[in-house]
Design a protein around this ligand. Structure first.
Ligand code: HEC
Length: 208
């Protein structure tokens, strides 16, 4: 645009000069050309300057953008790290709590089981062996659990081997056994017993 204006000036000048002498026209022409050159140079200089400024500004903006981006990235990284650490911490806490709860539960179960086992053991050890009805007639002389020496004569019959007891009772029943002269007395007792009674009594006495 400025160039156009300059050209207009030149043309105007030429028109104004009109038919003056040729030398004066030449001088004016030369001046105008010089002005145009100067103006063009100035113009090009200012364009270069502006371009340089624009490039600088872009550079600055780009570099600040890079800085900001890297800063933001660092911040995000930090935040993520922090969150991750917090998550790990809370997970650890939860796991520890769960572990504690389970351990507590196990300890309680163990305690209960131990208690039950102890009670069961006690029940077994204190459980009385109940005498079968067939033994009722024998208790008067041998004691309610067979631990007495009948009439101060017999052996203690509690805890003897089952097979021995069966043999001895069958001996009294048949009238073939007599250890201390009281065999007849025992014959009277044994005769009332069936094979099943003898079996039951022998099992009971051997179990004491
Ligand atoms: C009135 C007392 C009396 C009664 C009741 C009695 N006994 Fe006897 N028992 C004796 C005497 C005494 C002897 C020892 C007999 C002998 O001299 O062999 C004996 C011996 C025994 C023996 C052998 C012991 C040994 O190791 O030599 C057995 C077993 C026995 N009796 C079981 C019984 C049973 C079972 C009954 C019940 C069904 C019973 N007796 C009832 C008094 C009794």
């Amino acid at each position: 645009m400025k160039k156009m204006t300059l050209v207009s000036v030149v043309v105007a000048s030429l028109l104004l000069v009109g038919c003056n002498d040729e030398k004066a026209v030449d001088t004016t022409k030369a001046e105008v050309v010089k002005k145009v050159e100067v103006a063009t140079a100035e113009k090009s200089e200012s364009i270069t300057e502006k371009a340089t400024k624009a490039v600088d500004a872009v550079k600055e903006v780009a570099s600040s953008a890079v800085t900001k981006t890297s800063e933001a990235a660092t911040e995000v990284k930090e935040a993520v790290k922090e969150k991750a650490t917090a998550v790990v911490e809370s997970s650890k806490e939860v796991a520890n709590k769960a572990k504690d709860a389970v351990e507590k539960q196990v300890a309680q179960v163990k305690e209960v089981v131990a208690e039950k086992v102890a009670k069961a053991k006690e029940a077994v050890s204190t459980k009385e062996v109940v005498a079968p009805p067939a033994y009722a007639a024998c208790a008067g002389c041998h004691g309610k659990d067979g631990k007495l020496k009948a009439l101060g004569k017999s052996e203690v019959i509690a805890g003897q081997a089952k097979a021995d007891l069966i043999t001895k009772l069958n001996g009294y029943k048949a009238g073939t056994r007599n250890v201390s002269g009281m065999g007849v007395l025992m014959k009277g007792q044994a005769e009332k017993l069936s094979d099943a009674d003898i079996e039951t009594i022998a099992t009971y006495l051997s179990g004491i």
